[in-house]
Design a protein around this ligand. Structure first.
Ligand code: SF4
Length: 149
């Protein structure tokens, strides 16, 4: 069963509340977002009112596309892949990542925080480097291993 059959769109959305706000004078804007929920990669067009509310959305083949667009507009999340330094290892760096996504706006903060980290070899895969960063409930974890030199 395809994504489309599992999560049918049903009716295309048109937010009546958003339309009201338009009549009160807010300016609409258009935005195009590629849905990354599945390999199909639908290009979804949205119309936003002046308050960031979705007035119209089309181009999504299934309802996951709407969920994706809503999350992208209200609270976009991303996984951070980066690396941290390793002391006394056979390699100077080990790859790390956040298994759970963090708010897109905090990516640079976490990337900066990793610059001061230096692990002592040996480093195991899946080792927690930072636990519950900034209370967001997201760990920074190694995705590779480094043996001692
Ligand atoms: S809307 Fe998103 S999840 Fe649904 S078919 Fe298109 S790309 Fe896949």
């Amino acid at each position: 069963m395809s994504f489309c059959e599992q999560f049918p769109v049903g009716e295309q959305t048109s937010d009546a509340a958003g339309a009201d706000r338009d009549e009160r004078g807010s300016e609409n804007s258009e935005q195009s977002i590629i849905c990354l929920r599945c390999p199909r990669g639908c290009e979804i067009s949205t119309t936003l009112d002046g308050y960031g509310g979705i007035v119209e959305i089309f181009g999504n083949v299934c309802k996951l596309g709407r969920e994706y667009v809503e999350a992208e507009i209200t609270n976009p999340l991303r996984i951070l892949p980066t690396s941290v330094r390793v002391r006394s290892g056979e390699r100077p760096l080990v790859p790390v990542w956040t298994p759970k996504p963090i708010p897109k706006g905090r990516l640079m903060d976490l990337a900066r925080a990793t610059r001061s980290i230096e692990l002592e070899a040996p480093v195991a895969i899946g080792q927690v480097v930072i636990e519950n960063w900034e209370g967001l409930g997201v760990d920074l974890v190694t995705s590779g291993a480094v043996r001692r030199a």
